[in-house]
Design a protein around this ligand. Structure first.
Ligand code: ADP
Length: 447
């Protein structure tokens, strides 16, 4: 039985995990870098252990130190959060070797899904629709030419080890293919130490729709409906909502069924997400990738279903069988999440860390704030710029939007620039209000 969890992460997700663990009666030990010694998560955890200097490579990614800390405090499980070690199969294996429960899926699933070209092949075999393109890695330019002849322009070259939009290149015509292929492979090599790329048909103006799933170690899997994550800047999500305003009942049902099929085909045993590209003109959708972790935007799914995903993730890792069936999962109302980043939206979204001199968070009905900051807190410059998430829930999409506008007006953070003004503009945008927005929204209205 899990009774003490070590949290190998920081910021709002560390706080979120501490809260879930505490409600389950589980003790928490947080590891942190010297830059995070005054963080909110350190203040809230039962115990904390400093594991290294600010650079992530020497602290949050240096897993030998993290494992030593886990052994030192006799933690029986490690929650990796998202980012950092969350999708590192070697870390999951190292945990297992030390008889520490890794709160996530089996390492072989992480490995197979982390290789995006391989994941696509596996999904295709399982009968999941995938974007037309190369079946697997492209070894040379000649092969790239061949694929493009079959599927036609535009295409997108993507890094098999990809993440965060790196190693990705859209190609509109033949004359650009060579340059783009080299560029994508180089960027992938630099970002992931892995230059392998694959090619897909580029679907213009799609929606990014993803389905939240939960699987256990007893062969059960369910889905918690979809999220619309199409408001992105440079492939980074900024605002998410559930359900998607543009997915109809029939498509929702089909997507959910296919996501569960995908999960069962790899014996998925944790929280996870199946990402789809959705063509709103044809209502076709295609598997893009599977994320084998808890995601930043999980709260919108929690809000519309009343299911605590982190608690389930912990209970599943503890070997428990899912006590909910698909027909028990009901969807009510609408939820929106705005990512509050320490960035200056008027200045190319440049990171803007610093001291939070004043802070007043919104409240009232249907408002949730998952935050990693407090008044006087100094945001360190070394990590991701997201400092809080504001989530609103309403009986309808309109109510969730009005509530979000009201909550953003109440939200007062001084001392740093944030993405709050950006969100206020989005919420008034006609295309956003219509629900028809696609992944080119930010480029279209904010450049
Ligand atoms: P990463 O793992 O780097 O975030 P993804 O495969 O999740 O990469 O893709 C990120 C984003 O890139 C998607 O949300 C979508 O906006 C865009 N994208 C990826 N593949 C395609 C495609 N075939 N056609 C159009 N857009 C795409």
């Amino acid at each position: 039985m899990i009774s003490r969890i070590l949290i190998a992460n920081r910021g709002e997700i560390a706080v979120r995990i501490i809260r879930a663990a505490r409600e389950l009666g589980i003790e928490t030990v947080l590891v942190h870098s010297t830059a995070d010694k005054d963080s909110l998560a350190v203040k809230l955890a039962d115990r904390s252990v400093c594991i290294g200097p600010p650079p992530a490579a020497e602290s949050y990614l240096f897993y030998q130190n993290i494992l030593a800390a886990a052994q030192g405090v006799k933690a029986d499980a490690i929650h990796p959060g998202y980012g950092f070690l969350a999708e590192n199969p070697l870390f999951a294996e190292a945990c297992r070797a030390l008889r520490i429960v890794f709160i996530g899926p089996k390492s072989n699933v992480i490995r197979r899904m982390g290789d995006k070209a391989k994941a696509k092949e596996l999904m295709k075999e399982a009968g999941v629709p995938v974007v037309p393109g190369s079946d697997g890695i492209i070894d040379n330019l000649e092969e790239a030419h061949k694929i493009v002849e079959q599927i036609g322009f535009p295409v997108i070259i993507k890094a098999s080890a990809g993440g965060g939009g790196k190693g990705m290149r859209i190609v509109l015509e033949e004359s650009e293919l060579e340059k783009s292929y080299n560029y994508a492979a180089n960027e992938a090599q630099q970002a992931f130490g892995d230059a392998r790329v694959y090619i897909e048909k580029y679907i213009s103006a799609p929606k990014h729709i993803e389905v939240q799933i939960l699987g256990d170690r007893h062969g059960n899997a369910v889905h918690l409906f979809e999220r619309d994550c199409s408001i992105q800047r440079r492939h980074q999500k900024l605002l998410e909502e559930a359900p998607s305003p543009l997915v109809d009942k029939e498509t929702r049902l089909k997507m959910g069924e296919i996501a569960v099929r995908a999960a069962l085909s790899v014996e998925y045993d944790s929280t996870g997400t199946i990402e789809f590209l959705y063509n709103p003109r044809t209502k076709d959708f295609y598997f893009m990738e599977m994320n084998t972790r808890i995601q930043v935007e999980h709260p919108v799914s929690e809000e519309i279903t009343g299911i605590d995903l982190i608690k389930y993730q912990i209970r599943i890792a503890n070997g428990e069988e899912l006590d909910i069936k698909q027909e028990d999962i009901k969807r009510t109302g609408h939820a929106i999440e705005c990512r509050i980043n320490a960035e200056d939206p008027d200045n190319n979204f440049n990171p803007n860390p610093g001291q939070v001199t004043q802070l007043m968070v919104p409240g009232g009905p249907g408002v949730r704030v998952d935050s990693g900051v407090y008044p006087g807190y100094k945001i360190p410059p070394y990590y991701d710029s997201m400092v809080a998430k504001l989530i609103t829930k309403g009986g309808s999409r309109k109510e969730a939007i009005e509530r979000m506008k009201r909550a953003l007006d109440e939200f007062c953070i001084e001392g740093i620039k944030t993405t709050i003004p950006f969100h206020k503009v989005v919420l008034k945008n006609k295309e956003f209000l219509s629900g028809r927005y696609t992944t080119d929204f930010v480029e279209k209205f904010f450049s």
